[in-house]
Design a protein around this ligand. Structure first.
Ligand code: IMP
Length: 506
């Protein structure tokens, strides 16, 4: 006979935290959000810990090298999307590992033939106002000049005008050699009152741009995720098909941790992948698995050696899996069930396997709820897709800035491996995700700062200065549908679109 779960599966929106005693010592400045990224034995330190409990989703519209650098700077970690060729994914990982903080490889480059109209379009799409001009229009071409807002005057110039005629040419630029240190570059920037300094190689090809603001922000980021050689840390997605080629290439490129990216993780395909990695790399390669939504799924992946386990089926904002296939589970219930299984496993084996709530975070407080329910960190797609640093272009829709955001199970992503159930099938028979817009929200740093200040504030309301303490002390209550209405502004007429109403969904 079929098995029935006794309780209905619930979502984050159906819960609230009931405050506990907050002592005068319990203030947001003292809260630590440090959390284990991978499994560890009782009493031992995990090989890698996150400094903030946030990782970015393994998706084309979310996690490329630029996102990875921005998030690692703030103390989190990105998993570079695996739905690209092995070479391209490894190259993204390598770019993160070779990135020197404060040294920017420009992603808005012009050639002398680019028109003013194209400059404006590129500015709109990337948000960058400083654009190097190189002979071939690439980030590594011979430097010919720079275009900033000060070089064009829209009222006086035609959109057809070529960059060559209005750029600040190379001979008027102050540049420095590629091996200049950040401190030296910063001194030059200040001495000459510059906003940016191009660093060039001996053949005058462009190496980096250093911006005045980047040097400052570098000093302001004490939570940066750095490896032993002071390089940014980065994760990478793999699939259950081509791991024999993909894993070695990603390890070679310097990936710090891998994650099997699949819509459903309780399968032999994940077991084969984990076994292959353990056979070839022992425990030196860290690899997470998932997604699962119950105790059995957790125990299966734990038994086969996953370093962390991801939770969630059908809760993602772009996800239509539940509609298409009728599988899934309310995210809050899934997290609570898997957290119990994780604790039970720890009691039995002395092995603590971090769990990650993946998908379905709509409001900032959902992060706090996920952590309180036992998640060690959360994976977010839509949240990060809205920022400057996500891979998609910014577009204007009905007068508002938007970013494109598409599911890995949409026909746009063509990530058939993620939904693969074996056999010889090489393409998706139906979609499990949609292509959409999300409201543009600005820079990752500003948004993450705001989100985490809310998380810390709530933690203090619960009397917790750390995530384990929150998990220990949290009192959670299910809310009735009428009290959900009571939770927002109600029975008042809003003067304008308040920033306090659904602020993370825009
Ligand atoms: P979000 O944070 O609610 O946008 O959810 C992101 C998560 O949704 C990802 O980390 C994946 O687990 C999941 N996901 C990504 N693409 C798809 C899709 O096309 N269909 C179903 N789930 C998806």
């Amino acid at each position: 006979m079929a098995f029935y779960f006794d309780e209905p599966a619930r979502t984050f929106n159906e819960y609230l935290l009931v405050p506990g005693y907050s002592s005068s010592e319990c203030i947001p400045e003292k809260v630590s959000l440090k959390t284990p990224l991978v499994k560890h034995k009782k009493g031992e330190e995990p090989a890698i810990s996150l400094n903030i409990p946030m990782v970015s989703a393994i998706m084309q519209a979310v996690s490329d090298d630029k996102m990875a650098i921005a998030l690692a700077t703030q103390g989190g970690l990105s998993f570079i999307y695996g739905s690209q060729t092995v070479e391209d994914e490894a190259a993204m990982v390598a770019r993160v590992k070779s990135h020197k903080a404060g040294f920017v490889v420009s992603d808005a480059n012009l050639s002398p033939e680019t028109t003013l109209g194209e400059v404006l379009e590129l500015r709109e799409a990337t948000g960058h106002s400083t654009m190097p001009v190189t002979e071939d229009g690439t980030a590594a071409g011979k430097l010919l000049g720079i275009v900033t807002e000060r070089d064009y005057r829209l009222s006086r110039m035609g959109l057809e005008e070529k960059v060559a005629t209005f750029m600040t040419p190379r001979e008027k630029l102050i540049v420095a050699p590629a091996d200049t240190s950040l401190r030296e570059a910063n001194d030059i920037i200040w001495d000459h009152k510059l906003n940016s300094l191009p660093l060039v190689n001996a053949d005058d090809s462009l190496a980096y741009l250093v911006f005045r603001k980047d040097y400052d922000s570098h000093k302001e980021n004490p939570l940066e995720m750095l490896d032993a050689e002071k390089r940014y840390m980065v994760g990478a997605g793999i699939n259950t098909r081509d791991y024999a080629e993909r894993v070695p290439a990603l390890v070679e490129a310097g990936a710090d941790v891998l994650c099997i990216d699949s819509s459903e993780g309780y399968s032999d395909w994940q077991r084969f992948t984990l076994e292959w990695i353990r056979e070839h790399y022992g425990n030196t390669v860290k690899v997470g698995a998932g997604n699962v939504v119950d105790r059995e799924g957790f125990r299966f992946l734990a038994k086969h050696g996953a370093d962390f386990i991801k939770i969630g089926i059908g809760g993602g904002s772009i996800c239509i899996t539940r509609e298409q296939k009728g599988i899934g589970r309310g995210q809050a219930t899934a997290v609570i069930d898997v957290a119990r299984a994780r604790d039970e496993w720890f009691e039995e084996t002395g092995e603590y396997i971090p769990i990650v709530s993946d998908g379905g975070i709509v409001y900032d407080h959902h992060i706090t709820l996920a952590l309180a329910m036992g998640s060690d960190y959360v994976m977010l797609g839509r949240y990060f897709a809205r920022f400057d640093e996500s891979p998609s272009n910014r577009v204007t829709v009905n007068g508002s800035y938007m970013k494109e955001y598409w599911g890995e199970g949409s026909s746009r992503a063509r990530n058939w491996q993620r939904y693969d159930l074996g056999g010889t099938k090489k393409k998706m028979a139906f979609e499990e995700g949609v292509d959409s817009y999300v409201p543009y929200a600005g820079s990752l740093k500003d948004n993450v700062d705001t989100t985490l200040s809310k998380v810390k504030s709530t933690m203090c309301n619960c009397g917790a200065l750390s995530i384990p303490e929150l998990q220990d002390k949290a009192k959670l209550t299910v809310v009735s549908s009428t009290s959900i209405t009571e939770g927002g502004a109600h029975d008042v007429m809003l003067k304008d679109k308040s920033p306090y109403v659904g602020n993370t969904i825009g």
